[in-house]
Design a binder for this molecule. Structure first.
Ligand code: ZN
Length: 689
């Protein structure tokens, strides 16, 4: 809920201005050879495209700041193994086996079995395990069990993850069902409430514990009257040991200790070069939390972290998002290291400063408005390193911490990842995906001119104003309690609608944020185009929409389309056998967005489960089959990857006499090589945890 992910790399296409016009001067030779342009796209396999991002501003950092960023990045990479084990208990063994084959296979590397294995290995590396990073379904390899055995046999035994007295039969016995049996661990996170959510989920957050047992365990711990509840279960595996249900805590000397000790080592170095007392304070509190495993220490760290708004460098490092746990207790490990994007931060700060104005002028009912929108802190960051749950697939916006009471009392930090968005735009610029679904030259011109700004503002408003807006009526439970499985979709819809509602507000011109309302129009075009058509590209024909962000987008676009039919607000046009959705009346469309926002806020404020369910089920789940088939047919020749993620930069510390005298940044261009490098450098955990 607190993350904003790029649903389609292609969605972000903005048609950046083309290269400079050809040089018409008569000079023949530049004195210095022209620098090769930075290539964003790097690898393409299955439904994935791997990209690269740059880190503008890194070179301008002082040596001390560079050291800080280096230490935080090492702390990030040190925790990489944790997410693999969290995602599924046999992931580390499988990854080490696949990496060994890719590195050392002695057979024919052009043969089909090896090529299929390499593709499968890339998919697994990308997903941090055997389950698809987005759909959470198990990915099946194209090679079969016999081919796997041959691949293993043709790989030197000493490079495989085997003890001295073991042979490959142990790998075959453990991994064959994992690889080839569709009924083994079919889904990482089950949301099928007709089954036991824990025993039907493959993630490694629970061991031999049923849903009822886990719920009873936490019901006994929770104090519903506590205004500052601990985030129970966030940093542990819940396991039945000798018949007793117990938490195996992720901390120093606990579960995952090997990786956590390395994280602590690097965080301690970071403390020594902290920029200011506020930053030093949260770094020390984060270390204390990793050492104690006490979730109250985690709260203390978060409170200190929210207060640090002045530092140039920042990091998230810990067990953060709970999407990976069907019960929403346990945090997937992730890390992000960033530096502030000074120019863009100025823009988002201008939005944040007006939070109360936006709340006062929102279309929601007055009784659902907040009198005091507190503690919204927003900035734009440039990512330097991501690891764990945040890589290779990355969010493009983050709003933390997650504990509601901390957000309420101390505020939160909301960030937009500008260099990641830039990279998406570059990569998408020439794919032609948007063009395919735009009917008029007007729309294309608006997209070319304003698409980028429209997108950034959309993210800003969604994160900074959208998620912070609105209040829950007294006595009504949290949205998760009242709206249950519909709460994420409705929350994302609300945040999107707040953004949409204000994107056409003249206030944005007054604030100097946009040159004209054409920016808002470009946003509206895209919302309709994407919500009704483009996003279907990532769905298999016949499937319902499951993912919360996709549901919310279709819900919004489908609802306004239907409600505006009588007045032709959005027109369905058929041209040359192709379907288009064309906005005909932007002002009325804004009014409709506002009406839906008002209704969804009412549902949330009152905890109206039935109305929420009806909205999502009517507009957000089912897909128009004919339209869906058309989208797939039109997208096919463009070879668009449905998902994308990133190779990380490499930071190199140059030392003289034991002192770091410079930190260099490199941009590796092979995903495969980076994965093998990480296998060597950052394998911190044993295979069995
Ligand atoms: Zn969101």
């Amino acid at each position: 809920m607190k993350r904003w992910t790029a649903v389609l790399a292609a969605m972000l296409i903005v048609g950046c201005s083309p290269q400079d016009p050809a040089d018409t001067s008569s000079r023949v030779e530049p004195a210095v050879p022209a620098k090769a342009p930075f290539k964003v796209a790097s690898d393409r396999f299955a439904d994935i495209e791997v990209l690269r991002y740059q880190v503008p501003g890194f070179e301008e950092l002082s040596l001390k700041e560079k050291k800080l960023v280096y230490y935080l990045s090492q702390a990030a990479l040190s925790g990489r193994d944790i997410i693999w084990d969290q995602n599924y208990r046999h992931n580390l063994l499988l990854r080490k086996t696949l990496s060994a084959i890719v590195r050392s296979y002695q057979g024919d590397r052009n043969g089909e079995p090896y090529r299929q294995l390499e593709t499968y290995a890339k998919r697994v590396w990308f997903a941090n395990g055997i389950h698809h990073h987005y759909s959470s379904q198990k990915m099946l390899p194209e090679f079969d069990a016999a081919a796997f055995k041959k691949l293993l046999s043709d790989t030197p035994r000493e490079s495989l993850p085997l003890e001295h007295d073991q042979d490959i039969s142990i790998l075959l016995n453990t991994l064959s069902p994992v690889l080839f049996d569709p009924s083994v661990a079919p889904v990482k996170v089950s949301l099928d409430t007709s089954q036991d959510l824990l025993t039907s989920s493959a993630s490694n957050f629970y061991r031999d514990v049923t849903q009822a047992e886990a719920e009873a365990f936490y019901a006994a711990l929770k104090d519903p009257k506590d205004p500052r509840p601990v985030s129970w279960g966030l940093n542990s595996q819940l396991a039945k040991v000798d018949g007793v249900i117990t938490e195996r805590v992720w901390k120093k000397d606990g579960m995952y200790s090997h990786a956590i000790e390395h994280i602590i080592h690097w965080l301690k170095k970071a403390v020594k070069v902290a920029e200011n007392p506020a930053q030093k304070d949260w770094l020390e509190k984060l270390i204390r939390y990793y050492e104690s495993g006490d979730l109250r220490d985690f709260d203390a760290y978060n409170i200190a972290w929210v207060k640090d708004t002045e530092s140039r460098a920042d990091s998230v490092n810990g067990f953060i998002e709970v999407y990976g746990d069907p019960l929403g207790y346990r945090g997937s490990w992730e890390s992000m290291v960033s530096i502030k994007d000074l120019e863009a931060s100025h823009r988002i700060a201008a939005v944040a400063e007006q939070a109360q104005w936006f709340e006062d002028h929102s279309s929601i009912q007055d009784e659902h408005k907040k009198d005091n929108v507190v503690g919204i802190s927003a900035k734009v960051i440039t990512i330097v390193m991501e690891a764990g749950d945040a890589a290779p697939s990355t969010p493009i916006g983050v709003n933390l911490p997650n504990a509601n009471w901390i957000r309420k009392e101390h505020g939160s930090k909301s960030v937009t990842l500008s260099n990641i968005i830039d990279a998406y735009q570059e990569a998408g610029a020439e794919s032609g995906f948007h063009d395919e679904f735009m009917l008029t030259e007007d729309e294309k011109a608006r997209h070319d001119e304003h698409g980028s700004l429209a997108y950034f503002l959309d993210v800003d408003l969604h994160e900074v104003i959208g998620h912070a807006s609105g209040s829950i009526n007294p006595g009504v439970g949290t949205p998760k309690e009242t709206l249950k499985s519909y709460s994420s979709t409705l929350e994302e819809a609300r945040a999107d609608l707040v953004a949409l509602y204000f994107l056409m507000d003249p206030k944005l011109i007054e604030l100097g944020l946009v040159p004209s309302l054409d920016v808002g129009k470009a946003s509206y075009d895209r919302q309709i185009r994407n919500g009704l058509m483009m996003q279907l590209q990532r769905l298999k024909l016949g499937d319902d929409i499951q993912e919360a962000h996709m549901r919310n987008r279709q819900l919004i676009a489908g609802w306004v389309y239907e409600k505006g039919l009588a007045e032709n607000v959005v027109e369905k046009v058929s041209s040359n056998g192709k379907t288009y959705f064309q906005v005909r009346d932007y002002d009325k469309l804004r009014t409709l967005y506002g009406q839906l926002l008002r209704e969804i806020q009412r549902i949330k404020s009152e905890g109206d489960y039935e109305a929420g369910k009806a909205l999502v089920e009517t507009y957000g789940v089912k897909v128009d089959q004919e339209l869906h088939a058309e989208v797939l047919a039109r997208a096919e020749p463009l070879n668009i990857a449905a998902y994308s993620g990133f190779i990380q930069p490499r930071l190199i510390a140059i030392e003289q006499e034991g002192e770091i005298v410079e930190v260099k940044i490199e941009y590796p261009d092979s995903f495969l090589d980076q994965m093998l490098e990480y296998e060597d450098e950052y394998s911190m955990l044993p295979i069995e945890n």
